[in-house]
Write a protein that binds this ligand. Structure first.
Ligand code: NDP
Ligand code: 8X3
Length: 255
């Protein structure tokens, strides 16, 4: 039977690569994002694949509810929700960071992800079938300077994923949290508010993960036998590792 996947943030990066991966396997796609022209381009690229494209800002609960309510015939039974849409904004220390950026990250990475989950979950429970794949991050586990609220939103995603599993223990629904490390997409361009040079410097001299690497993992976790739940996938490029714990030594140089 042809399955249906709903992917948030399918206009770029991981989401776009996931859409292409699932389309290549003949799944039905519900793709969302704010840049509708990119969704239309995706639809054009896969003319033979059933694709329902919805311009959606996941911070808008009313719009999320309407999207779910108005799913057309043939797209209503969502087998897999990929809660991918998200962003980091800024890399300033907590005492300098923009509160508006913090709010944006909380509204998108936490509240938007909750809206999609809460609106699509009842139908999954009713069918006793489904899979929620959340896009967490290594930033939800390992702190780094300037990661303050972004990392905290991904820590929420980690714990929310675990708690969903406990609530759904009586069902066959699966929940997976994918936690990628350094990956090249539009992520850093967004983080640095469009500063492409600054974004490029993040990846300079490295071989980061690619969106296709993440899409391959998302596809894999959703296609293992139905009694298997891959709870967490932590994935970094080979060039990345964890740092030591920091110790500040007085140097007399101030900050
Ligand atoms: P991109 O910036 O390339 O893609 C982000 C996607 O999220 C876009 O499609 C964007 O669509 C969508 N999005 C952002 N805000 C909203 C919103 N309010 N409503 C709807 N869609 C939104 O980044 P990535 O592909 O790298 O990021 C995807 C996810 O992976 C994010 O959750 C990110 O935190 C996470 N991640 C990224 C890592 C990395 O290093 N790149 C590592 C670990 C996790 P549009 O702008 O069209 O709305
Ligand atoms: C993105 C990975 O390390 O830049 O979630 O925060 S990191």
């Amino acid at each position: 039977m042809q399955k249906t996947v709903c992917i948030t943030g399918a206009t770029s990066g991981f989401g776009r690569a996931c859409a292409e991966r699932f389309a290549a396997e003949g799944w039905r796609l519900v793709v969302t994002g704010r840049r509708v022209e990119r969704l239309e381009e995706l639809r054009g690229q896969y003319g033979a694949v059933p694709i329902h494209a919805v311009g959606l800002d996941i911070r808008d609960l009313g719009a999320v509810e309407a999207m779910v309510r108005d799913l057309p015939e043939g797209f209503r039974d969502i087998d897999v929700l990929v809660n991918n849409a998200g962003l980091a904004l800024g890399l300033e220390g907590a005492h300098r960071a923009s509160l508006a950026d913090w709010e944006s990250m909380i509204d998108t990475n936490i509240k938007g992800l909750c809206y999609l989950t809460r609106c699509l979950l009842p139908a999954m429970v009713a069918r006793n079938r489904g899979h929620i794949v959340n896009m967490g991050s290594i930033a939800g586990t390992y702190p780094y300077p300037g990661g303050n609220v972004y990392g905290a939103t991904k820590a929420f995603v980690k714990q929310f994923s675990r708690n969903l599993l406990t609530d759904l223990i009586h069902t066959k629904i699966r929940v997976t949290n994918i936690e990628p490390g350094l990956s090249e997409s539009e992520f850093s361009i967004v983080r640095f508010h469009g500063d492409k040079d600054k974004a490029d410097s993040v990846y300079k001299g490295t071989q980061p993960l690619r969106p296709v690497d993440i899409a391959e993992i998302v596809h894999w976790v959703t296609t293992v036998p139905p009694h298997v739940n891959i709870c967490t996938v932590e994935v970094m490029p080979v060039c990345q590792s964890c740092g030591p714990l920091a110790v500040h030594r007085e140097s007399g140089s101030g900050e």
